[in-house]
Design a protein around this ligand. Sequence first.
Ligand code: ZN
Length: 404
Amino acid sequence: MSLPDAPLRYELMKVDAVTGARLGRVTTRHGAFDTPAFMPVGTQGTIKGVLPDHVAATGSQIILGNTYHLMLRPGEKVVAALGGLHRFMSWPGPILTDSGGFQVFSLADINRITDEGVTFKSHVDGSVVHLTPQRSISVQNDLGADIIMSFDECPRADAPREYQRAAVARTLRWARLCLEAHHRPQEQALFGIVQGGTDLALRDECARTLIDLDFPGYAVGGLAVGEGFEATRAVLASVTPTLPVQKPRYLMGVGFPRDIVMAVAAGIDMFDCVLPTRNGRNAYAFTASGAIRLRNSRFTSDSGPIEDGCDCYACRTFTRGTIRHYFFAAEMLGPILVSLHNIRFFQRLMGDIRRAIGEGTFDRWRRSDPRAAMGPSSAEVAAASAVEPSDAPRAPMETREEPS
Ligand SMILES: [Zn+2]
């Protein structure tokens, strides 16, 4: 295979006539992926519990790794010495790494934020770590993903306007420093990240400044952090028309099927979320007729698959009753099978979205397909985190959520 001369090439194939939905294809030096695309999250250099061959069999064409976790353990130099992230996690296809910013701001015990960077305590060994834009890019250069992200500040959704403004100024300053620090621009495409909370003027200012810096792709960050569905929709409706048509657009950390369909309609091309795997480890399975909790006693003797009509390995091979038993017996295969099914559920959704855009029926499809309305109902939110009180202990894997 001859390598493309640029780290990333985006082909826009079709724009929906009614919505802003786009059908496209992104080619990297490790292969191509179709957009709109969903990226499963491999926090610690692995999609938890799922073999790379099985991840590929779900239709996943690109996966995500977390810079924050990999720099703390095993360290980016170790990953580089082991052949880079593709070899390290045995995934020969496209990979995207985040900048570490989101994890630092959402999880870490932060000591200090300055214009230079963030100082925090490592959750691995308690040591003090200083993460700067330059360091984030250096780590991502060593990891070697095909798409890497600028180091940005992600304030809380409810941060006051003045704080949002300061965070955007810092994000723009850091975006310039990231571009300067990037040592592998021929191999890795560095994306800029639009911040600004729910303030549309601030978002617009941030987007326009980043566009002037001419990144090969753009992300919208700082959403799905508690601002609500309508606020997310308003931000996307405002920001995406500003972004360059000939470059890919990535909505970070989103989300439920409803959120993805809404964002596709707004013109977003790429998504990542821990929902399929995190919820899968808690016996929470996505199906087109709604989410189900496989710990529920009504599945004890259920001989059907997790979801009728699903072609994934779990649904072709195991019954709901068996998988339920695995969860109660704390058998690893329970979380593995439901994670696999959930990733396939998201990839079937993306495949149907792409098909509908290609056929010019996306708007009709999103009004008729029940998945397009699947969001986090309060009952589902509770179910996703609850344990049936009188039942067996949770499987060991379930208590080790990837914090992201
Ligand atoms: Zn399935």
